[in-house]
Design a protein around this ligand. Structure first.
Ligand code: ATP
Ligand code: FE
Length: 355
């Protein structure tokens, strides 16, 4: 039977219904606009907005699918990591439906949902087999993950300060662009010269797969200082944007190279998260994949950023994995939302059966 999934870990409220094969039967997303004016996500405002839009959103998604709620076989929600208020709203709502309909609730790890999203059928990545390498780069996350199977992931590296998307947002702000900054910065960078300004490339060439971006941001701030944000000539801003973007792409490529060396069995290099929308980053990673003779894949953008389809897909993959392992599906009803939920702490029961 189909699954109904909810995503509410940050500032997007989303609901999706997927067939057991992973076909999207209906999808609704509500992106909270208030945060743009405030220059970032305000957790309290986000939680209240989730609470007010979620019931209507779920009803609309059901209507669009043409299904009755009795036809839903399982309910799922992002249960962490993320902003606790939103996680409580989404997972409690889904648990309520699960209890009322006497169906299982699947507590989905939001990062695992990003990690498994490339395997969703019909979006170009169906064929992607475990193990593969995932670079997850969004506003809140920046990590490099070896994806070996459902509930079986190893974090090879993460950021020691800012996430990649956060770096884009902060530098965009320094350049006087709006929030979220990534798309605006990429547009401005098209007018600039990536060679114009010499910026540091943090951790480039160092062993491992960790990231660091705060030094880069400081270096950009230092370049802007003599002008002041108001008087910054457009040409200088464009050159800075292009040079910054080049730096990020170079650093990310270097980290991806190291990760591929750590996971020689990798059968694909996959990028997800909002930063995957960046043309420069994509092209550079594509070249790395080519050098290592592995396929490169970036899911369509609406699957890269936060969405409920990936949550539903992760739930379906989880159901299948339990089935394959011959153990009963773990009912997540007792699983409390977790603002922090490391990938290493998901799928313990599945891993145990695999030995
Ligand atoms: P989470 O971290 O919980 O997944 P999020 O809302 O921060 O949630 P996403 O929606 O995946 O993350 O991505 C948003 C981030 O991606 C923002 O930081 C934004 O600046 C960045 N981004 C979006 N488009 C681009 C782009 N073209 N170039 C660079 N960065 C981009
Ligand atoms: Fe996310």
């Amino acid at each position: 039977a189909p699954v109904l999934a909810i995503e509410s870990s940050c500032d997007d409220t989303a609901c999706a219904i997927l067939s057991p094969q992973g076909e999207i039967l209906a999808e609704r997303v509500h992106t909270q606009a208030d945060h743009a004016a405030l220059g970032g996500v305000v957790p309290e405002i986000a939680a209240r907005a989730h609470l007010s839009v979620l019931p209507g959103l779920v009803r609309e998604t059901l209507e669009e699918s043409g299904l009755d709620i009795a036809g839903i076989g399982a309910f799922a929600a992002s249960t962490g990591p993320g902003l606790i208020g939103g996680l409580i709203v989404g997972s409690t709502f889904a648990k309520g439906l699960a209890i009322a309909r006497k169906r299982p609730f699947i507590a989905v790890n939001h990062i695992e949902a990003h990690a498994l999203s490339p395997r969703l059928p019909g979006h170009g990545g169906d064929g992607i087999k475990f193990p593969y390498l995932l670079l997850l780069m969004s506003g809140g996350h920046c990590q490099c993950v070896a994806v070996r199977g459902v509930g079986d992931h190893e974090k090879l590296g993460g950021t020691i300060d800012d996430a990649a998307g956060e770096a884009f947002d902060k530098v965009a702000k320094l350049l006087g662009l709006g929030w979220p900054g990534g798309p605006a910065l990429e547009r401005l960078a098209r007018e600039g010269d990536a060679q114009a300004v010499s910026l540091p490339r943090p951790l480039l060439g160092r062993p491992g797969c960790d990231f660091s971006f705060s030094g880069l941001k400081t270096a950009v701030a230092r370049q802007i200082a003599p002008w002041g944000a108001e008087a910054l000539p457009r040409k200088v801003a464009a050159d800075l944007a292009a040079s910054f973007q080049r730096c990020i792409a170079d650093v990310v490529a270097d980290r991806a190279r190291h990760a591929l060396e750590q996971l020689p069995a990798a059968r694909a290099l996959v990028v997800a998260g909002g930063v995957a929308a960046n043309g420069n980053v994509r092209e550079t990673l594509e070249a790395v994949a080519r050098d290592h003779a592995v396929p490169f894949f970036a899911p369509p953008l609406r699957l890269c950023t936060d969405n409920a389809v990936m949550v539903g897909w992760a739930a379906l993959e989880t159901i299948r994995a339990y089935d394959a392992a011959g153990i009963p599906l773990e009912d997540g009803i007792e699983i409390a939302p977790r603002p922090r939920w490391p990938l290493a702490e998901t799928g313990e029961r599945l891993r145990a059966t695999r030995g």
